[in-house]
Design a protein around this ligand. Structure first.
Ligand code: COA
Length: 569
């Protein structure tokens, strides 16, 4: 079927739907929601049989929904209407939430229902719920709705509030006053809920050192206490703030300002010198019983397998994070373990160098250089590990340098739902490093490498496995995936298999090194990166600025808007 996506951006849900529908033989083209005229032109050029709006912030023009069936994906249960659906579900402590695929009509979110499914809620960041439960449920619901549509026989169900099974209601947009934290009254759980409900966008507006900041990336603290509202500790990128019954950590903040452009930064980066007198409370990544606390890097060992977790917010890895991770990695390789599993985080495995922190630096070019070198040092440490087999276990999505970081491991496993973006080009023609020119050709053909890096499209884990980019993928939830990884890693650690594979890997490394030293790959890549960072062409700096400041798209890139190629090949 020819399906047109109308969407605010090519976000994680849109990417997943693109992959899933393409896999099923549908022809997809994408148009960003720029204005009605652009939308109408896209529909004229593509003549879609069906239109899907996976992530839309505006209503579809009447001229379109009157003539074409348009599915709108609403992140709410049947009957739920209005913006901030997931925010309210978290705030109202719903035990179950859902996704509804409805047909666009004159009333927002009130169209006939083509499919709807529910999922159990958990206390988690909105961004995390969206990336896991909402995306998975939405994909399933859209596939069901598309099947229904294809039969030509299906009658969608009108929204009927008199039906007792219709539990959702029309709600108002959530305001910052609904999210306001009262540090003298709210307990830790309530504060966490408020920050979680705003995570990703827009953040919970609060005050730090007398200035307005949006808070994100919160987690509970089991032991520290203090005067409610006071900042009582700092650790790596986060600050700890006392509540009436304990404390919580905040990892990221955004300054609310009308005078200068603002974007998310780690709390320590944003608050800088103001934190000078705050006590640093370090965390030992090797501690065995940490209790609830903020940690972005931690290590666990079971039998002869080590599991290295790096749950960096949004998968972005700044210079210090790359350096800390490498340090912990190298320490782990000195332990009595035979297999080392790189777990990444549950939401993202890695998205490469930290573009927001680079943007914030006095010299973004210098900071880009430092960051990519720190990343390369980490990749180098993984590639040259000669005492352990290494496994990259992709629990969540991975993009750009993050994908190539995973290729440094000997074996790569992913959850089936994982989306990979193995390319740098969208970031202003960034050449990329992370030894990708060594790692990628080891896994895919030249044609495949060219297509992955030049086409800039996301691929699903099954497609990645098919071409050999990763070794295997599993249709499992987070918990079951971790268990599967443990089972596989333990199998690799069994003496006979381990000895043979390790010998083979070390031999291969030596041969590769003789053919062309790793340093040569690095030097060649960094020469190109130097041009990206310091050369005459400012494309990388411009693209990064647009990305970090979330500048709305003025047009849809041609690699997504295939309908333009139909007209102007
Ligand atoms: N640095 C800083 N922030 C990053 C980041 C990076 N490398 N990659 C992603 N993020 C942030 C986004 O700004 C967004 O922030 P938000 O919480 O304010 O919304 C969040 O992570 C999620 O990213 P988003 O783009 O919404 O996710 P997605 O699933 O739609 O797309 C990617 C995933 C990887 C395609 C996209 O995030 C991307 O292109 N990232 C940049 C990758 C890159 O070029 N890295 C540098 C070269 S190695």
């Amino acid at each position: 079927m020819r399906i047109l996506f109308l969407t605010h951006s090519f976000n994680s849900l849109t990417q997943r739907l693109f992959i899933e529908l393409t896999r099923r033989g549908h022809e997809i083209s994408i148009e960003f929601d720029i204005n009605d005229a652009v939308t109408i032109q896209a529909v004229e050029l593509f003549s879609p049989e069906l239109i899907i709006a996976p992530f839309l912030k505006r209503a579809i023009p009447e001229e379109i929904w009157r003539k074409h069936t348009c599915f709108v994906v609403h992140p709410g249960i049947i009957g739920d209407r209005g913006p901030s659906a997931l925010d309210w579900a978290i705030m109202n402590e719903q035990l179950q939430w859902g996704v509804t695929v409805l047909q666009a009509n004159a009333e927002m979110d009130a169209g006939d229902i083509w499919a709807a499914e529910t999922f159990p809620m958990r206390l988690a960041k909105k961004s995390s719920l969206y990336r896991h439960e909402v995306v998975d449920t939405a994909v399933h619901s859209v596939l069901t709705a598309v099947k229904h549509f294809a039969t030509g026989q299906f009658n969608p169900q009108p929204l009927d509030y008199s039906n007792p099974s219709v539990q959702g209601r029309l709600h108002n947009p959530i305001r910052q006053s609904d999210r306001a934290i009262n540090w003298q009254l709210d307990n830790s759980q309530t504060i966490l809920k408020k920050i979680h409900a705003a995570d990703g966008f827009p953040g919970a507006l609060d005050t730090l050192f007398g200035e307005p900041y949006y808070l994100y990336d919160a987690c509970a603290e089991a032991n520290l206490t203090g005067k409610p509202g006071e900042i009582i500790a700092k650790r790596d990128h986060a600050i700890c703030r006392a509540t009436v019954d304990g404390a919580i950590w905040v990892g990221h903040v955004k300054h609310k300002t009308n005078t200068e452009p603002s974007y998310k930064l780690s709390a320590s980066t944003a608050l800088g010198k103001q934190l000078a007198s705050i006590t640093r409370v370090p965390f030992d990544p090797f501690s065995t019983e940490p209790g609830e606390t903020y940690r972005d890097i931690w290590f666990e060992q079971k039998n002869h397998v080590g599991y290295l977790h790096f749950a960096f917010y949004n998968g972005a890895m700044d210079t210090t994070q790359c350096q800390r991770l490498r340090e912990v990695y190298l320490k782990a390789t000195q332990l009595n373990i035979k297999v080392l599993v790189l777990m990444g985080g549950p939401d993202f495995w890695s998205n490469g160098i930290h573009l927001n922190h680079i943007e914030h630096a006095d010299s973004p070019a210098d900071e880009s250089w430092r960051n990519i070198n720190a990343m390369n040092d980490l990749v180098h440490a993984i590639i040259t590990t000669n005492r352990q087999l290494t496994i990259a276990a992709l629990q969540g999505n991975s993009g750009a340098g993050g994908v190539f970081l995973s290729l440094a491991a000997d074996i790569i496993y992913a959850r089936e739902s994982v989306v990979l973006n193995p390319h740098y080009k969208s970031m202003g023609n960034l050449y990329g490093s992370e030894y990708w020119t060594y790692l990628l050709p080891k896994r895919v053909t030249k044609e495949q490498a060219d297509s992955l890096t030049q086409n800039r499209l996301p691929i699903g884990a099954p497609e990645a496995r098919q071409m050999g980019l990763i070794d295997e993928c599993f249709d499992l939830n987070l918990q079951n995936f971790r268990e599967k990884i443990t089972q596989l890693a333990e199998e690799f650690a069994t003496d006979k298999k381990h000895h043979y594979l390790l010998k083979q890997k070390n031999h291969q490394r030596e041969t590769d090194e003789q053919q062309k030293p790793l340093q040569s790959y690095r030097d060649e890549e960094l020469r190109q990166m130097q041009l990206n960072f310091y050369g005459f062409d400012p494309s990388y700096h411009v693209a990064r600025y647009h990305f970090v400041h979330k500048i709305p798209h003025g047009w849809t890139p041609l690699y997504l808007a295939r309908h333009h190629k139909i007209k102007f090949p």
